[in-house]
Design a binder for this molecule. Structure first.
Ligand code: G1P
Length: 292
């Protein structure tokens, strides 16, 4: 069993309520809040496309229809821009326009946990490996986190999760892996635990929201009961899968911004603004004014 089929599809769980950003997220999904000039979800979809993903699967929920609109053709806007000769705007629209038939949307009907959200995509994914990207985590890295994971997957096959170091006091907020022997550019995973009690984490390598998983995860999630926080946890399902299939860790060395938190969201805006010629100097001056 080589488990090295190509990874063509990516799943984006976007059903979360975004309560940390109320009132902004009362009618706007948190994934549509903008970092500089793109919604958060666009960064994650771009990362997936750059890694060779061909089909984009969104697990949405009530109040999230605008995400589907964002990835659709906006005919009236396009027509108006054409009539007015606004070529820059037209180019921007076309650059981010997914090809017809390459997006799918399904709903997680109740907030039962990340494992349950992933399971909701089972029919659309079918019997092939898939990537999973958590949109709260926006990455900044010249290579792209998922592209780096794809390289490792090319060597090892199996299942791959991306990890990075975090302060030991923060480990209780995340899924944490136990590191085994080196494997290619990554390492074998010996164990995983979701939100370990303070002082009990097996390492300070946390799962940062990027996964390549084999389809056997779906049967496991279907049978699985609730775990930490009384939710169906993906990490518990992966631990189970790791007893049957190889599981590897990828070490991400770029920058990660948790855009599910206010501070992470602001840090992302600053970091991306610094790369933007149009606004960088003005933003730098403003920051200096506050720091001075
Ligand atoms: C989820 C995962 C966790 C992972 C984290 C990354 O947790 O369950 O393993 O480390 O995302 O952001 P959540 O943020 O939904 O609590």
């Amino acid at each position: 069993m080589t488990l090295k089929k190509p990874v063509r599809k990516a799943v984006f769980p976007v059903a979360g309520l975004g309560t940390r950003f109320l009132p902004a997220t009362k009618s706007v999904p948190k994934e549509m809040l903008t970092v500089l000039d793109k919604p958060v979800i666009q960064y994650v979809v771009d990362e997936a496309r750059a890694a060779g993903i061909e089909h984009f699967i969104f697990v949405t929920g009530r109040n999230k229809a605008v995400i589907e609109d964002h990835f659709d053709l906006q005919y009236e806007l396009q027509d108006t821009l054409e009539k007015r000769g606004k070529t820059a705007g037209l180019e921007t629209l076309s650059r981010y326009q997914p090809e017809a038939g390459t997006t799918s949307f399904t709903r997680q009907q109740a907030p039962l946990g990340l494992g349950h959200a992933v399971w909701c995509a089972r029919d659309i994914v079918g019997d092939e490996p898939f990537a999973l990207l958590l949109p709260d985590m926006v990455m900044k890295d010249p290579k792209g986190c998922l592209s780096g994971m794809m390289e490792l997957y090319g060597e090892t096959g199996g299942n791959v999760v991306s990890t990075e170091e975090v302060a030991w006091e923060e480990t209780h907020k995340y899924g944490v892996v136990e590191k085994g022997d080196a494997a290619g550019a990554g390492f074998e995973i010996r164990g995983m635990v979701e939100k370990p009690e303070p002082g009990t984490a097996p390492s300070n390598l946390f799962i940062n929201g990027r996964y390549i998983l084999q389809p056997e995860i779906f049967d496991i999630l279907e049978r699985q009961g609730p775990g930490a926080g009384n939710e169906i946890q993906l990490t518990d399902g992966m631990l189970n899968l790791a007893s049957e299939q190889p599981f590897y860790g990828y070490v991400f060395e770029g920058e990660t911004f948790d855009c599910g938190s206010k501070a992470g969201f602001i840090r992302a805006n600053i970091a991306f603004a610094m790369d933007d010629d149009e606004v960088a100097s003005e933003v730098r001056e403003e920051m200096a004014r506050h720091l001075g």
